[in-house]
Design a protein around this ligand. Structure first.
Ligand code: NAD
Ligand code: IMJ
Length: 256
């Protein structure tokens, strides 16, 4: 008997088999959830479709979260196929590469706008579109953040500001959604080698610091993150909303 038998969820943010969203999808499926997947654009279709089909998914749709009409199409299809929804995973972020190096002060107006739109506003847009499908079924959202939302991390720059907006949005959304019986929480994950970490200056050093200094003396894996997502999307966390849960080997609690 799975924790999520008969429940239905949609996953935003699979790019490949290393994606945090893919680890989350696999654990949700293992616990019995039926899954839908979206992918960011044509270029990712050939990567995402085989992964989604391997877990028996029948709803696999393009969705660039900066496009209102693509968001609308996803939830129209889910309404037609399922008539409701129990879980939504938001595991996506984007800033222009040139914004993720050098001084934060050099962030361009357009670079700031794009990072905020894709990485923070998208959660608000998805909450608005998905929540009518979740009413009366104890639905839940989970999103992914990083410690750079709270403290200055070299090169994270405008993404840190966007993650701060994302974490604050989770709190405001939890107040809107709570009365409808819907929960929303953030996982603040430690650094993980995925596409979103490729080519980031100093990433290896950051992994080494976490391994050397965190209470658990190791880095976290996608599976560590996925297990907390399972908790946050299941009845196990029925009294938890608006929270940021750290899956970072305890790194965030350390002082000197
Ligand atoms: P990933 O590259 O596998 O996932 C990022 C996803 O964002 C990709 O699937 C990409 O297609 C999607 N995306 C980008 N622009 C989009 C758009 N306009 N519309 C729809 N989707 C779009 O990397 P990941 O590490 O699995 O990242 C997932 C989440 O985890 C992100 O929010 C990231 O900030 C967060 N996170 C990552 C780490 C890390 O070290 N990898 C640590 C903490 C938090
Ligand atoms: C990203 C940039 C700088 C430092 C970073 C990261 N550290 C970590 C990340 C220390 C852990 C990964 N992370 C938490 C992210 O949220 C990444 C987001 C991201 C990554 C890219 C790379 C490729 C690109 N745009 C991106 N936009 C967002 O062109």
């Amino acid at each position: 008997m799975g924790l999520l038998n008969g429940r239905k969820g949609v996953i935003f943010g699979v790019a490949n088999e290393k994606s945090i969203a893919w680890a989350i999808a696999q654990i949700l499926r293992k616990e019995g959830m039926e899954l839908a997947f979206t992918y960011a654009g044509e270029a990712l279709e050939s990567r995402v479709v085989p992964l989604a089909e391997s877990v028996g998914s029948k709803i696999i749709m393009p969705c660039d979260v900066t496009k209102d009409e693509e968001i609308e199409a996803v939830f129209k299809r889910i309404r037609e196929e399922w008539g409701g929804l129990d879980a939504l995973v938001h595991s996506l972020a984007f800033a222009k590469k040139e914004e993720l190096k050098g001084e934060f002060m050099n962030t361009s107006r357009e670079g700031f706008r794009i990072a905020m739109d894709v990485s923070a506003f998208s959660l608000v847009a998805l909450a608005k579109a998905a929540s009518p499908l979740m009413e009366g079924r104890n639905g839940a959202f989970v999103t992914l953040s990083y410690y750079g939302a709270e403290k200055v991390i070299a090169n994270y720059n405008v993404m840190g500001v966007a993650k701060a907006a994302l974490e604050a949005s989770v709190k405001y959304l939890s107040a809107d959604l709570g009365p409808k019986g819907i929960r929303i929480n953030t996982i603040s994950a430690g650094p993980v080698r995925t596409l979103a970490a490729m080519g980031i200056t100093g990433f290896k050093q950051i992994l080494d610091v976490v391994e050397a200094k965190s209470p658990l003396r190791r880095n976290v894996t996608q599976e560590d993150v996925a297990k907390t997502a399972l908790y946050l999307l299941s009845e196990l966390s029925s009294g938890v909303t608006g929270e940021t849960i750290y899956v970072d080997s305890g790194f965030n609690i350390m002082g000197l």
